[in-house]
Write a protein that binds this ligand. Sequence first.
Ligand SMILES: Nc1ncnc2c1ncn2[C@@H]1O[C@H](COP(=O)(O)OP(=O)(O)OP(=O)(O)O)[C@@H](O)[C@H]1O
Length: 282
Amino acid sequence: MTVEFDAVTVTLGGRDVVRESSLTVESGTVVGLVGPNGSGKSSLLRTLYRALKPRRGTVHVDGRDVLSLSGRQAARSVAVMLQDPPTDFDLTVAETVALGRAPHHASFGRDTAEDLRIVDEAMLRAEITNLGDRMVATLSGGQRQRVMLARALAQESPILVLDEPSNHLDIAHQHELMSTVRGLGRTVIAALHDLNLAAQYCDHIVVLAEGRIIASGPPVEVLTPGLIRTTFGVDVRVLGEPSDPVFAFRPFAAHSAPEPPAEPSRTDPSTEGTSRSCATSS
Ligand SMILES: Nc1ncnc2c1ncn2[C@@H]1O[C@H](COP(=O)(O)OP(=O)(O)OP(=O)(O)O)[C@@H](O)[C@H]1O
């Protein structure tokens, strides 16, 4: 399923937090939205899953305005995994993942054997099979996030929205998650802070700054040291192959560190030792 944001403007608290943003996401591609805090990534994504209504512009899924879909149609088209999974679930892990099947049921419909198979498979993929009977509220942040991934997978919607999905995940599960969603063959739009994950797993990167899309294209073309410096305000060194870059970041402050103290006077016995040890280590 394709997704089309057309000149979307979102206004919150009297301010345009997304401005005239247009983006077409081809079916089956993995798109990473990156940008500094507050640049509008979540707000843009929220227009896709109808948590926000654009003040201007439209969002289409396979040619249909998302605002024209019924709740059930929308949930069958778009599944969402949010950056801070709720903690107030009074449900077990298995029950929570099974909620992903709700859009496929008639009202008050019961889970079929096929639903249960899909739920089991989603839990297996998210590596939470062993947590099935645990109450969600008792889980760690990362475990809860994996439950939300499983629920989104069980929903089997052709479009998957991930809002900072690796927030609470350890490094292995961050890669596991991105590799899992990449392998689904679905259309994925993910807001990501980790530029290395974005470069490694996304087909296409979209950079937002102050509510505007300022760059869009394949990772190697978009995530250049110059763009990273100006957009994120950090220095970056690119390691690895140009076609498979790994970024090492440093704050600008590293270059503007205060000058080292002046060489202490040799006649001052209280500082003589300090001076020597500095000289040795430099
Ligand atoms: N309910 C709200 N009322 C007013 N302003 C809001 C509201 N929600 C978000 N904002 C503002 O909208 C701007 C964009 O926020 P958004 O969450 O979309 O950014 P983001 O790029 O996802 O940020 P982050 O990387 O920190 O998650 C921010 O300046 C934020 O303070």
